[in-house]
Structure formats: C-alpha cells, structure tokens
Design a binder for this molecule. Structure first.
Ligand SMILES: [Cu+2]
Length: 510
C-alpha cells in the first residue's frame, strides 16, 4: 500500500477516533491539522509550566569594523538538560539548542564563520535571507567536518572542509529570520537534533516605531520533539548516522510529530513578565507540526510582522495559525492583566501534551512607553508586469521507486531547474497541494495573492517566505527576483517531505 493511501486511511481513522472522544475536528479536508504521524516519547515528561522560560543568548561579534560584523559559530554535539535530571545529546550551534541569536542591522554586512565539529557534513541556510547564491546554503554545498575530509564532493555541489564564511549583505528590512541546517536528504533529523537558531534583523525605521523592545522583545522558537527512554531525542531515521541512507521508517514519511512542546529548547516553560506590552517573535521550528495559538484567558495577538518583516498595519487576531518555518511577530499587552494572573499560550490544534505551549506569569506593572502605531511599514511598491505564471503541484509520488514527495511529479534533482526566472522579473506561482505543504522559497519574499477562489487568508498578510498550503488547496503568490542571480531552491518545509524529494531548483538567470 502506498504511503499516501496508508496516510489517508490513518488520517481518516484518526479523525473518526477524534470525533468519538469529542476532540473537535480541525481544518483540512482530511480532518487533521497537520500532516504527519505522532512519535511518542518513551520517558516520563515534566509537568507543563514548571521550568523557567529562557531567551537564547545573543552572540557577540568577534570583530566589528568597516567590513561588517564578524561572528564565529562552532557546530558540535553537546550534552544538555532538556528534561529535568536527564542528559540529552543535541547537535547545536555553539553546542546550544536553540543556537545563539545573531543580531544584524539592515545594510551592515554580516559574516558568520561556521566551523563543523559534527560527524557529518553540514549546510547553513539563513531562512528568509536575501542572500547571494553561493552564501545561501544550497543543499549540496557541503561543509565537511574538521579533520575528516570528504572523499569526494557531492555531484554538482561546492565543498569546503572544516570551516567557511557565510557572507550576508543584509540589504533587507527588519525581520525575524532563522538559520538552520539544509543538507540534502538529512535536513529533518539535523534540525530535530538542534541545528536551528534565530537571526534577527533590525533597522532604524523599525526602531523609530516605539514597539516593545529590550527585555520585552522575546524570540519564541516553538518546536515539538520526542524523547527515548535513555533521554536521547527520538527520531525514526533509517540511518541514525545520517551519512548514507536518507529517510524515515514507516509510517513517518508523511512527517514526524513530537509529543513534547519545546519553547526555546525548554518543555512548556513559564515566563515571568511585567504587566506591559511585549513583542513575541513566534517561530514554528517544528519539522511537520502546525499550531493554532491562542491565549487563555482569551486575549488579542496583535500581529505586526510576518516572515519577511513588518506589516503595513497591525492586524488583531484572537488566534494565530503557524505552519513550519513561518514567523508571526505579535504584540501582547500583558498590562491588561493583574499582577499574579497567569496567561497560557495554547495550541488549539494540539492533543493532550501538545495543547499547552507556555505560560506567562504576570508581575508588577511598570512604565510602558511602547506603542503599536497604525502604520508600521510603507506599502509595497506596485507590482511590475507579470512575465511568467508557473503552476507547481506538490504531491505524494514515487521518488527513485519509493514512496516520497514530488513537485510536478519530479523529485529533487540539484542539476535540474524547476523554475528559471530572469533577474528583475515578477512572476505568479500557482501552488497546489494534496496534503499540508508549507512551501518555502529562498532568496525572495513574496505576497500571497489568493487562496482557493478567495483572497489571501487571515494569516497570509505581509511579506512571506513560506505559505501554508492545506490539503487540496491552491494559493497564488506574487514574487519578484531581485539583486542576486544564481541557483537557489524552493521546497516544502515539512522537513520529511523536503528530505524525501519535495524540493526544486530555482535558477535566477542574470
Ligand atoms: Cu510537504
């Protein structure tokens, strides 16, 4: 039986079971909120809201001069305490999960020297970066481990040993970006093990808005994970060395869902906050899980930014739906609560352990001069005439004779361009799906023009780099390719789908 039929039957039976036990059916024609299979933990889990929230450390530059800000990051394995009293080996940037946060200022060149002390090659992608092709982390541009040169380069890829610089011009507006591993065939397990961190871009225009800042500007990386009996991160790799055989055991080819919700690497943490406005930079760093985030007691999530930067005007939501890789910058006014109150961030798409996300404990009120102006960013420039319209179908299919995921029936081939826009051109891409596919385009942010026969959805506004396609859905995006010619990728950000073929090359012709 094919994976899709197995998955379809599994999804239907899960939906039926959900109806029987009274769990509300969620969006998606197949009755599930995420495409994937739950991988249960085999170890006792802590009670939610018992562990302290923490913000990843901000990385200090090793040098700042006229050439830009220079950083050094070593990728290595580390033993960390995620579950209380339990040691878990992670792979981390600087041995941390999440990795340290890098802060850039618009227009100031940022150079990050990555050193690979892991046992496998790595590729670093700055997700949302407007980056030259050679610096973008093409999936076969491998950085081999220190002292362990690869015997041969991957067909058609660049190759470096030990360490290399990634040079980012940062000619882009303020935004919440993130960096993560992007090696061909093995991105899912590498990110699951911890290779992900924030990269925040600021600019003077954003600074002048008066948004909550400093210790009231909180990056919030939400990622589900599962743990084995020995405390290790559990993941169903066919090849746990992550060197030869890509892919996961049946039935996880549709996506791996964990049962522990980590926020900045901490299971269901609790944060002490002042009774004042806070900016929450929500990032879904999960492999496959989608969330519908709400506050309990109910409260407004005022969206100010999307993947690629600020909205033109704030949008008030009572819930935010966030697919893998997406970012929503929201402002929450904890000043509406009384000191001593608790406010819980919940996932309406969760089930048992995946419903709670984190909790805020409201402390004393203090002076709060922050504001959320009605105008946040200028309107986007009027679109240039559209030169090409492309149809891209994201579907289950055979990949090298095995069940996998395809774009227009083709599995990823780094040597074949699935799209070849000309530099400067504006295109419309019509994307369609069978299951949930969060579609991410490198290099260029885009606008969602329509979803199905309607306009953009409630969560489609602003500059995006990842659009959340639900089952049997179609969306059109408007994208302009500027500044950088060369070879990039677009792909599903369900990382199991990406590793099993659902990626295409986009070559921007000069
Ligand atoms: Cu997908």
């Amino acid at each position: 039986m094919s994976l899709s039929r197995r998955r379809l039957l599994g999804g239907l039976s899960a939906a039926g079971a959900a109806a029987v036990v009274g769990v509300p059916l969620l969006s998606g024609v197949r009755g599930a909120s995420s495409t994937g299979e739950l991988l249960p933990s085999r170890i006792a889990l802590p009670r939610p809201f018992t562990l302290p929230f923490r913000v990843p450390p901000v990385l200090a530059p090793v040098r700042s001069d006229a050439s830009g800000d220079h950083y050094r990051v070593t990728q290595r394995a580390a033993l960390v305490e995620i579950l209380p009293g339990v040691r878990t080996q992670i792979w981390g940037y600087e041995g941390l999960f999440p990795g340290p946060t890098i802060r850039s200022v618009r227009g100031r060149r940022t150079v990050v020297t990555h050193r690979n002390e892991l046992p496998v090659p790595v590729v670093v992608h700055l997700h949302g970066g407007h980056t030259p092709a050679g610096q973008d982390g093409f999936p076969t541009d491998l950085l081999y481990p220190v002292g362990r040169p690869g015997e041969h380069a991957h067909m058609d890829g660049a190759m470096t040993h030990g360490s290399r610089d990634y040079v980012y011009p940062m000619t882009q507006p303020a935004a919440t970006l993130w960096y993560h591993d992007h090696r061909m065939d093995f991105t899912g397990p590498a990110v699951w093990r911890g290779l992900a961190g924030f990269h925040l871009v600021s600019d003077p225009a954003e600074d002048a808005l008066g948004l909550p800042s400093g210790d009231r500007d909180l990056p919030i990386m939400i990622a589900d994970r599962s743990f084995d009996a020995d405390g290790s991160l559990r993941y169903p790799s066919l090849d746990p060395t992550l060197t030869h055989t890509p892919g996961v055991h049946d039935p996880y080819g549709s996506g791996v869902l964990g049962d522990v919700i980590l926020v900045n690497g901490v299971p269901w943490p609790v944060a002490d906050v002042r009774a004042a406005r806070h900016r929450l930079r929500l990032l879904n760093a999960s492999n496959a899980r989608r969330y519908r985030l709400t506050l309990d007691p109910p409260g407004a999530l005022v969206q100010i930014g999307a993947d690629g930067g600020l909205l033109e005007s704030p949008i008030v939501h009572d819930a935010v739906e966030i697919a893998p890789a997406q970012r929503f910058d929201v402002v929450v006014d904890f000043g509406r609560y009384r000191p001593g109150d608790v406010v819980t961030l919940r996932n309406a798409y969760g089930d048992r352990t995946t419903t709670p996300v984190m909790r805020f404990r409201i402390g004393p009120a203090g002076p709060d001069t922050s504001r959320v102006p009605d105008r946040l960013a200028p309107s986007p420039a009027p679109a240039a005439p559209v030169t090409v319209t492309r149809d891209l179908r994201f579907r289950h299919g055979k990949v090298h004779g095995m069940p996998g995921w395809t774009i227009n029936g083709q599995a990823f081939d780094p040597a074949v361009a699935a799209a070849d826009p000309r530099l400067g051109d504006t295109e419309i891409w019509r994307l369609s799906s069978d299951f949930h596919h969060p579609i991410h385009l490198h290099l260029a942010s885009f606008r969602v023009l329509s979803r199905g026969i309607g306009g953009p959805g409630a969560y489609d506004h602003g500059p995006k780099d990842t659009v959340d396609l639900r089952p049997a859905e179609q969306a059109s995006i408007l994208v302009r390719f500027t500044d950088h010619p060369g070879r990039y990728v677009f792909h599903c950000h369900n990382l199991e789908h990406e590793d099993m073929g659902m990626m295409g090359v986009v070559t921007v012709r000069p």
